[in-house]
Ligand binder design. Structure first.
Ligand SMILES: [Zn+2]
Length: 72
């Protein structure tokens, strides 16, 4: 008998909101994404083991930006 275990990154969508996008230059909707490191068992995520990072995606131009863009 054997087991296949590993680590994988999963991206979860968090909140949405409005912000001023510096790429397309206008008021846009954003979605905050959180990247979680997950322990997998037969390629199925079973346990989150830590946060890898997060980013803001502009709904207008699809750019991925640092969360600090919301502080401006
Ligand atoms: Zn944009």
């Amino acid at each position: 008998m054997f087991f296949i275990v590993g680590l994988d990154n999963r991206t979860q969508r968090k909140e949405r909101g409005r912000f001023h996008c510096p790429v397309c230059g206008g008021e846009q909707t954003y979605v905050r994404h959180v990247v979680q490191r997950a322990f997998t068992f037969f390629f199925i995520p079973v346990l989150n083991v830590g946060k890898e990072g997060e980013y803001i995606e502009c709904a207008g131009c699809k750019s991925r930006l640092s969360p600090s863009v919301l502080d401006r």
